[in-house]
Design a protein around this ligand. Structure first.
Ligand code: SF4
Length: 306
């Protein structure tokens, strides 16, 4: 079983110790781990080559709705109404454009503004659907857009949780908003991968297994809830370490294979993918060098500076 980072100590003088840092040889987020599981080549393009991807209206709308729902809880409870949230949509879009000016290209050919109006209206519809799932006036989240992070056996696990609710008894509910529709049963495990990742990190950092993992699907006002237990989180942690090992092995050789599936239809890198008749660029030499350094660091015994 992997354990959270605990600094090793050595004695410098009788009674004194200094902490030795544990080398961190890898880092995983739920989305990057999921990329590798879906298609190793997709992982490579996104994480190693860091190739830019064109913005999409669907992804931008997801960011916009998340931002509106996060902001909703800045208001006093009585003011968390659907009208207030609707009013926030345009303001949130302006702020998003300021932070990511490239998004303006999504509506570059929308000369009469009709597409943008329809798109903003669809964002307001998703916000309305959220209010069918719960009454935000009755909730006081413990955290929103919370960075959760832990290092266990040299692997850093980190991600952002949409919302954490904590009951007076200390029970934790992890909430994630999805702007799509609830997946069919066969795809529930894939949907829960990200939530188990957060549950594991929260357990390792707070010492409490979250009571409920809750996905809120705004397109069809549905909820998927799951109660994790410690045993399955231990198994899940092993899975994450196995994924990281596979990533490290692929990085050491530059061998990231395509794994075609129906998700290829949404992949931005089809022109670079041999499974789609494209040509893959050469593996970046600096990634190979970094992989070699990481392997050495993992093997090295860290010597204290006394
Ligand atoms: S097109 Fe499909 S197989 Fe190719 S990189 Fe993208 S997801 Fe992988």
């Amino acid at each position: 079983m992997a354990t959270p980072q605990r600094a090793e100590t050595v004695a410098t003088r009788p009674g004194d110790t200094v902490e030795l840092p544990q080398p961190v040889v890898g880092s995983l987020s739920p989305s990057r781990a999921s990329d590798f599981k879906t298609c190793p080549l997709l992982y490579r393009f996104r994480t190693i080559d860091r190739l830019p991807e064109p913005p999409s209206r669907a992804a931008a709308r997801g960011t916009l709705v998340h931002s509106v729902l996060e902001r909703l809880y800045d208001r006093p409870a009585a003011e968390r109404t659907v009208e207030a949230a609707h009013n926030d949509v345009e303001r949130a879009w302006r702020l998003l454009l300021e932070s990511e000016p490239d998004l303006a290209s999504l509506f570059a050919d929308d000369s009469d503004g009709a597409d943008l109006s329809a798109w903003l209206a669809s964002a307001r519809d998703l916000v309305s659907n959220y209010f069918e799932l719960e009454d935000p006036r009755r909730l006081e989240p413990a955290a929103r857009e919370e960075l959760v992070e832990v290092v266990a056996d040299g692997l850093r696990l980190r991600g952002y949780v949409d919302r954490l609710d904590i009951s007076p008894a200390g029970d934790i509910r992890v909430v994630d908003y999805k702007t799509g529709a609830i997946p069919r049963e066969a795809f529930e495990a894939k949907a829960l991968f990200q939530m188990k990742f957060y549950a594991l990190v929260l357990w390792r950092t707070r010492g409490v297994v979250p009571r409920v993992l809750q996905l809120m699907y705004l397109a069809d006002s549905s909820t998927l809830s799951y109660q994790p237990d410690a045993d399955e989180l231990i198994r899940f942690e092993r899975t994450l370490h196995a994924i990281w090992k596979a990533i490290a092995a692929a990085t050491a050789t530059g061998d990231f294979r395509p794994s075609p599936s129906r998700l290829c239809d949404w992949c931005s890198f089809q022109a670079l993918c041999p499974a789609k008749g494209g040509t893959t660029p050469e593996f970046p030499a600096d990634a190979l060098a970094a992989a070699t350094r990481d392997r050495r660091a993992a093997r090295a015994k860290v010597e204290p500076e006394l």
